[in-house]
Design a protein around this ligand. Sequence first.
Ligand code: SF4
Length: 335
Amino acid sequence: MIRVGIPRALLYYQYLPMWKTFFEELGAEVIVSPATTQTLLAAGSSRVVADTCLPAKVFMGHVLSLADKCDFIFIPAIRSLKSKSYNCSKFLGLPDMTRAVIPESPPILEIDIDINKGRRQLYQAIYKLGRRFTWNPFRVKRAATAAWQAHLSYRQLMSTQGLTPPQAIENISGTSVAEPRTPPDSTSPAQATIGLIGHAYLLYDEHINYQIVQRLQQSGNMVLTPEMLGRHELELAVARTVGTAYWTYEEDVVGAGSYYLHNSTDGVIGIMAFGCGPDSLMMDMIHRQANRLKTTPFMCLTLEEHTSEAGVITRLEAFLDMIYRRKRRREEVCV
Ligand code: SF4
């Protein structure tokens, strides 16, 4: 059986169920790299120039960890998923970048996804990828249809049950009973409702963000993330804020940020990577919107390889203290 490696980084959190279903339907075994560790990050970091963003360094570390464990490694080049919206250059050149910095990588299975070139080109790209496993186009079509269905079910699971991507993945694979939107002690009300915005690879990689989701939940807060919103809500929020989205994953930052600023969260935390061009623009829009609205506090945490855990915790605690004080004062006024 052909073994296909999928790095647990970058778009893994958005698309794992879809990719896994596609390859398994074509008879392959899918191997996912382990969770990020300091050793893995250091290995990835040593292969790229210093000013590469943290998520790309993490990605290279995951590719290295899979190098001797699979026959192929799956690395898509996603250029655009919607007409006239574009992805960050790292995603466009990911297969080439990987080949250049990790020559010992197993052969790369790549697919070029660019909706701007039309659906016909997309179908051809899917068939070209599937041809590595079978010459039967109907089998590829069946695998692609099952994969798309798996993706829709995954999105629906997160938005209807309030699950984060890691929880939904565990739920689908039957490895855990995921806890939905409630704080850890569900007998008492949440201390505060916090909207967490940013790319999935920053919000859910526990090593690089120092377990921010768990920390917030363990302090008794309810955490809402972009995946817990429906596509329609996110698109409306983007339209209200910027009109038409320019960046492919603008909904995770601008859409979710604007939605949570307007919809009764007690605070919004944005997480971005140091040196990220798209995020510096998108987070700034949300920051300005928060300043204009003056209703919901906003804080942006910037992560990089040398971000200290103590620094993240101190800022988080200070932000939460301010939110709790603000809430108490409001409740006193209402009484
Ligand atoms: S969007 Fe930003 S953080 Fe993500 S890969 Fe591109 S530069 Fe890195």
